[in-house]
Design a protein around this ligand. Structure first.
Ligand code: ADP
Length: 256
């Protein structure tokens, strides 16, 4: 419990910091992009110059996408939880997922017909699942299959969960897996084994924060050389536990 408190205080501090930085960068990049767009209109049709310009715009757009992720991590957006049909949510984002992971990896889904709804924020949950799916892809350099499944279950003896009904969403890959040391650190903010410019190390800590805030938890199971399964537990039902003191990380920082 002490370790959890320490971790949540660390997350809160980092949330403040990244939120502030991301917000400022977002404004700077917006100004950069709009000025580049004006330049693009006025520039003569010289292919070489157009190429310089489009490279600059692409870099600025990637920067903007990254700051969006950092903003999502610092949770400046308020959660708007509601009753969600998970199967519908996953079907609705299949195209987005496939586009994000490319053609080498395919996605399989397995949902029971009688899955109860969960109570969570649809956009944030999509972002969380997308993060897990992208991590799964990154672990499978030679391609393979990502299996997304869900089941309903009762949780009675989990120290991190109120006893009650839950829905477990599992994202399983056949990738390289994690050794014990990596697994222990995987959810820490800024921990990444990916190269510079490839990983932010914020994905899993964001997923964990979001899920905890929704009254659930994230659980990672991994086998080196065999693969990883990320499981998200969310309270079942149309009203969940999400009304219980949400862990707001940057609530007192004004938006502008
Ligand atoms: P990032 O993806 O930017 O590195 P994450 O917080 O999402 O940040 O992940 C942290 C680290 O955990 C990754 O760099 C990787 O080493 C490990 N990891 C996460 N998901 C998986 C997975 N499905 N298979 C293997 N390793 C993983």
């Amino acid at each position: 419990a002490e370790e959890q408190l320490r971790q949540s205080q660390k997350m809160e501090a980092i949330g403040h910091l990244t939120g502030g930085i991301a917000h400022d960068f977002n404004n700077l990049l917006a100004a950069t992009l709009s000025n580049l767009a004006m330049l693009e209109k006025q520039l003569p049709a010289d292919p070489k110059m157009q190429r310089f310009l489009s490279t600059a715009m692409l870099a600025a757009e990637r920067g903007a996408a990254l700051t969006q992720r950092m903003l999502a991590f610092s949770r400046r957006q308020d959660l708007r939880p509601g009753s969600l049909d998970l199967h519908e949510l996953i079907v609705g984002m299949t195209e987005l997922m496939q586009r994000s992971i490319g053609p080498m990896v395919r996605i399989e889904t397995d949902f029971p017909d009688d899955l109860p709804p969960v109570f969570a924020d649809a956009n944030q949950l999509e972002l969380a699942i997308l993060n897990l799916v992208v991590n799964a892809r990154d672990a499978m350099a030679d391609g393979g299959c990502i299996r997304i499944s869900a089941s309903a279950l009762e949780m009675r003896n989990d120290p991190d969960l109120e006893p009650g009904g839950y829905v477990r969403i599992a994202v399983a890959d056949e990738g390289r897996g994690m050794d014990a040391e990596t697994l222990a650190k995987a959810t820490e903010p800024f921990f990444t084994t990916k190269g510079v410019g490839e990983g932010t190390g914020l994905g899993l800590s964001m997923v964990q924060g979001l899920v905890a805030q929704s009254g659930g938890r994230l659980c990672l199971v991994s086998d080196v050389g065999k693969g990883t399964t990320a499981k998200i537990y969310l309270p079942a039902g149309a009203a969940g536990f999400a009304a219980r003191e949400p862990l707001q990380m940057s609530s007192e920082v004004p938006l502008d």
